[in-house]
Design a binder for this molecule. Structure first.
Ligand code: GLY
Length: 346
């Protein structure tokens, strides 16, 4: 492979904050920040990855079930017990759950301290850790409480992905692919050309793919940090996808698989509405299928899906706004007429 990994940091100006994205080697991932007290936040999956445990740290239970106010309280308590002041650093090491909660805790600790994130899944590296959306689940609602508080530094090490379960890797890949559809860049062609190497997780290929994907997302959040406009395009495939996740009881479909299915459905709806170029929609279907994504959800009731969409958090003035595309790189938001929804979901 002739892609020398580009390890130069990336810098993003996000609202009044700035985020530096570093690409350190594995052994440098846990380099302690100098001259400031810090608290390391692991979960039970990530704690064993790192052997040097003399640092002030807390280990949370793994998974979405632990994304609670209680976990945030535990992080805040550990912050106090370890003597962090307002300039203290919370350092989250894990997937989206750990990153979201660590950043949330940091954002409210003494009215806002500091946070570094070390994402360990593809989804967290390319999506969750960048852009400052923090939060916890509350009263059964996902990410119901949260803040906008970008990390000052992200440390990305693609080597961590070699041990990620296949399902989680593929789930993250769907968000990378989403970035490729949203913006005309080298990423789409790269993913087409290097499919085998991407699926085999070849380290150099991963390094390049993650870097390009971060650039796309970073550009969106720089332009629209608080999601007043085009940041919402990052929800492409998500209204369909969330509905599928919820109707299938979060079983059988990972988040990314549901989003990939959802992007295909959104484009098919766009074609029926006369908005989306049918050739582009066909190309996307073929691309997703080659990556192994399922584009049909047999046994799922279309009416149940439509009802679940009605509960989507992203409603505006009571309307369900879907992210659609006219063609590659041309994205917009619109309602979808009910009869068209029924057709694409049938
Ligand atoms: N994951 C979508 C966003 O950060 O806006």
């Amino acid at each position: 492979m002739d892609y020398p990994p580009n390890k130069k940091p990336l810098h993003f100006r996000i609202g009044e904050y700035s985020t530096k994205v570093e690409f350190p080697a594995f052994e440098d991932l846990l380099a302690p920040p100098e001259g400031v007290k810090s608290l390391w936040v692991f979960d039970q999956n990530t704690a064993p990855l790192f052997s040097s445990r003399e640092k002030a740290s807390i280990i949370l239970p793994p998974g979405e079930e632990a994304k609670t106010m209680e976990s945030v309280e535990d992080i805040l308590t550990a912050g106090i017990e370890n003597g962090l002041a307002r300039d203290g650093l919370f350092i989250g090491i894990g997937g989206g759950v750990v990153c979201d909660m660590t950043a949330f805790a940091a954002s409210i600790y003494m009215r806002g301290s500091r946070v570094i994130l070390i994402p360990t899944t593809l989804l967290a590296m390319t999506d969750a850790s960048l852009g400052g959306k923090t939060g916890v689940d509350f009263r059964g609602y996902k990410n119901m409480a949260g803040t906008f508080f970008p990390a000052e530094e992200l440390r990305i090490c693609p080597d961590l992905l070699s041990s990620l379960p296949e399902r989680d890797y593929i789930s993250g890949l769907a968000e990378v692919i989403k970035h490729a559809f949203l913006v005309k860049s080298d990423l789409f062609e790269f993913l087409e050309r290097e499919r085998e190497a991407v699926l085999l997780r070849e380290p150099q290929i991963l390094g390049r793919m993650i870097r390009e994907s971060i650039k796309v997302k970073g550009d969106f959040v720089e332009r629209d940090f608080r999601e007043q406009a085009e940041r919402a395009f990052l929800n492409f495939g998500h209204t369909f996808g969330h509905a599928l996740e919820s109707v299938s009881g979060f079983a059988g479909w990972s988040h990314g698989e549901a989003v990939a299915w959802g992007m295909d459905k959104a484009l098919k709806a766009g074609v029926l509405m006369g908005e989306t170029d049918p050739d582009y929609a066909r190309k996307v279907s073929a691309f997703l299928a080659l990556y192994g994504f399922r584009l049909e959800a047999p046994g799922i009731d279309p009416e149940a899906l439509i009802n679940a969409m009605g509960k989507d958090k992203k409603k505006r003035e009571g309307k369900i706004m879907f992210v659609l595309q006219k063609e590659y790189g041309k994205t917009f938001q619109s309602e979808i007429p009910r009869d068209i929804l029924q057709k694409v979901l049938a």
